[in-house]
Design a protein around this ligand. Structure first.
Ligand SMILES: NC(=O)c1ccc[n+]([C@@H]2O[C@H](COP(=O)([O-])OP(=O)(O)OC[C@H]3O[C@@H](n4cnc5c(N)ncnc54)[C@H](O)[C@@H]3O)[C@@H](O)[C@H]2O)c1
Ligand SMILES: [Zn+2]
Length: 352
């Protein structure tokens, strides 16, 4: 597994924590900070700190885990701690955690003193294959996901497979949803390989391949003007389901669970609008429905879901825009979907 080159920064897959220590040394940072949540400070920080023994110019910043905390209040807490600990423009922030940590840490760093360096050390499968690559940072506001944020690239990403060992199975499955998405939008062979690889912890090679797919797309289109939109397959309906669940459920869906439901709906939309075959729709439905718990809802919530979709930043001129499949392994972007079409796709999902 080679080091991948992204938009001006490397993504390391081997000897990652030694590479990180070398990176800090080379950067001659005045200070650095490690951002964690309570799970990554328990499960991941001890291993990281074995590689930080030579350094005494760093502090730890801890936040509470959970999507509901990916908001401006926690961001302010991070900024205040950076100030209290004496961070200056030559400081570095190391984001040690899942997508919540990398999104919010990236956002806090990209705005602090007009931007300080940050790197990601992703510790969930989802953040390794998706959130840590591509330079999107952000926080949620008033239950609208990622509505405030920047495109700012990290200085490097360090993908350490060891961290996945403590990850709960539900979180592994959450990341697997994005990997399956990579297959569906760009690589039918990869989809075929993954769909039989169900509950195991995906190998480092599979993680690498997913990052390769995502990285290729973001290099081509860093600001999501075109091809990068293909990564949004499953996310038009999926984000609405995720947001609805966050607002209403005691134990909300993970990102991947919501996206899996969204991919089934959008596969149905693909059959209706972009020529996906019935056989492939059935295959996608069977695989995803077999892997992920069914999210039960009835028609009463369609309007709420639709209203959430209307607020999605992916829309243009108030019209709902989805990336759909023409066949497994091929995606077509910019498909405007009507309210009726979206409801039909929700009917399809609820009838399963
Ligand atoms: N920026 C992007 O391009 C992008 C892409 C995809 C998703 N995202 C964002 O990522 C977030 C979801 O990421 P996530 O699923 O990683 O969520 P997360 O950061 O909430 O992590 C999931 C849970 O796993 C715990 N955890 C993390 N590493 C662990 C480890 N090694 N062992 C045990 N527990 C561990 C966390 O504390 C948390 O409880 C969402 O906010 C989503 O919007 C961003
Ligand atoms: Zn996603």
């Amino acid at each position: 597994m080679n080091t991948l080159q992204s938009i001006g920064y490397p993504i390391y897959f081997e000897n990652t924590l030694t590479e990180l220590a070398d990176f800090i040394r080379r950067g001659k940072y005045s200070k650095f900070f490690v951002l964690t949540d309570e799970h990554t400070s328990k499960h991941c920080l001890p291993l990281l700190q074995e590689y930080l023994k030579d350094f005494d110019n760093y502090d730890l910043i801890g936040i509470t885990s959970g999507e509901e905390n990916k908001n401006i209040d926690f961001c302010i807490a991070i900024w205040k701690l950076l100030i209290d600990y004496g961070a200056d423009r030559q400081s570095l922030l190391i984001n040690l955690g899942g997508g919540v940590i990398s999104d919010m840490g990236g956002f806090a760093a990209s705005t602090f003193k007009r931007g300080i360096d940050f790197v990601h050390v992703p510790t969930t499968l989802l953040s390794q294959v998706d959130a840590s690559v591509g330079g999107k940072t952000g926080i949620d506001l008033d239950n609208i996901k990622n509505i405030i944020g920047t495109f700012t690239q990290p200085k490097a990403v360090f993908i350490e497979h060891e961290f996945l060992k403590t990850l709960p199975p539900r979180q592994i499955l959450s990341g697997l949803a994005e990997m399956l998405k990579h297959g569906l939008i760009a690589d039918a062979n990869y989809w075929n390989k993954l769909k039989h690889n169900y509950l195991d912890n995906p190998s480092a090679e599979l993680v690498y391949h997913s990052v390769e797919i995502k990285n290729k797309v973001v290099i081509e289109d860093p600001h999501e003007k075109g091809i990068r939109k293909s990564l949004n397959f499953g996310h038009t309906v999926g984000h609405a389901i995720e947001t609805y669940s966050l607002m209403n459920d005691e134990n909300p869906l993970t990102h991947g669970e919501a996206i899996a439901a969204g991919m089934i709906c959008e596969a149905k939309l693909s059959l209706m609008k972009t020529g996906l075959s019935e056989a492939e729709l059935n295959e996608i439905t069977e695989v995803l429905n077999g892997l992920y718990p069914k999210y039960n809802f009835n028609k009463d919530i369609y309007e709420a879901l639709y209203n959430i979709m209307l607020k999605d930043k992916k829309n243009q001129s108030g019209r709902i825009n989805a990336s759909l499949l023409t066949q497994i392994g091929h995606c077509r972007i910019d498909n405007i979907c009507t309210e009726e079409e979206l409801y039909e796709s929700l009917d399809y999902y609820s009838s399963l």
